[in-house]
Design a protein around this ligand. Structure first.
Ligand SMILES: NC(=O)c1ccc[n+]([C@@H]2O[C@H](COP(=O)([O-])OP(=O)(O)OC[C@H]3O[C@@H](n4cnc5c(N)ncnc54)[C@H](O)[C@@H]3O)[C@@H](O)[C@H]2O)c1
Length: 284
């Protein structure tokens, strides 16, 4: 995020998983800019080091796997041991392999669910326990995807795993509300996070898809990060159990051509009066 921070998190501590690239990297930068101290976690040590290189003062990095109980616990413990508290936990880490349903492999399916669902559960549970022990409430922000709402081919494992995190987040919001912990989910549309250059097939598919998006462009990681910061801020003190789309209207529809055609011109739809005979309507 560039320019003056919109939200301020001085004295607050945030965990960001999946911090080695993409949205996670933007989240670390945004929280640091807004005054938070951050635990940046990922399984990818090289990418994680790149993310943290320019934030050494305020970031503690940890190479850890969110899909294991020990991995999730280690991330949360790092926040409490290094910074003395945990206020915000952003469960952004995910894997997104796509395959045709008839070719889908059980081991890949299990890995997707282990990271995207079990990881979100384990991190939420560990973070909530630490927040309850801290006695100051907290914010947990999980990740879904616009793909969770569609039957997009190739997304049997990924899209259904993201739908599961939406439902999980609602349950967590209800169970953790008495502790002052608010839980929400972000549902991004197409976000420009892929390392460049893109593989040729992917570049071709995106070149076809992007002009049909309502805004005719993908979102930037910083545009997702800003909404996460809003949900983590005092401005969102009465939002919990929500799924917030950050998708430039792609869940609402596709690119508007600028022309509206009323297919049935035989009626004035306000008065109900016939405006043209069937015969003349057929001619026009
Ligand atoms: N990019 C998009 O177009 C898009 C669209 C919809 C939803 N999303 C969601 O937004 C979030 C961020 O997406 P992104 O494109 O930045 O993802 P990304 O693939 O660029 O990065 C994900 C990060 O998670 C890490 N990770 C994976 N498994 C892990 C594990 N077991 N333990 C720890 N770290 C692990 C990876 O190493 C990687 O750094 C994800 O939750 C994704 O489902 C993204």
């Amino acid at each position: 995020m560039s320019g003056e921070a919109v939200f301020h998190f001085d004295g607050k501590v945030a965990v960001v998983t999946g911090a080695a690239r993409g949205v996670g990297r933007a989240l670390v930068a945004a929280f640091v800019e807004a005054g938070a101290r951050v635990v940046a976690a990922d399984r990818d040590s090289v990418g994680l080091a790149e993310t943290c290189a320019s934030h050494v003062e305020s970031v503690s990095s940890i190479v850890s796997d969110v899909s294991t109980p020990d991995g999730a616990q280690a991330i949360v413990e790092r926040a409490v041991k290094t910074f003395g508290r945990l206020d915000i936990c952003v469960n952004n880490a995910a894997v997104a392999p796509h395959a045709a349903l008839l070719d889908e492999r059980a081991d890949v399916w299990d890995r997707v669910y282990a990271v995207n669902c079990r990881g979100t559960f384990l991190m939420t549970q560990a973070a909530a326990r630490a927040m309850i022990a801290g006695g100051r409430g907290g914010r947990i922000i999980n990740f879904s995807s616009g793909a969770a709402q569609r039957g997009a081919a190739g997304g049997a494992a990924y899209a259904s795993s993201r739908a599961a995190t939406e439902t999980f987040s609602r349950v967590a919001a209800v169970e953790l509300a008495p502790h002052g912990i608010l839980v929400n989910a972000i549902s991004p549309g197409l976000i420009d996070t892929q390392p460049k250059p893109l593989p040729p097939g992917m570049a071709e598919r995106l070149a076809q898809r992007i002009p049909n998006l309502p805004l005719a462009r993908p979102g930037q990681p910083e545009e997702v990060a800003r909404v996460v910061l809003f949900l983590a801020s005092d401005a969102a003190s009465y939002i919990s159990g929500a799924v917030i789309s950050v998708d430039g209207a792609s869940s609402a529809g596709s690119r508007f051509s600028g022309v509206v055609v009323d297919d049935d011109i035989r009626y004035d739809w306000v008065t109900g009066r016939q405006t043209k005979s069937d015969a003349s309507a057929r001619e026009s």
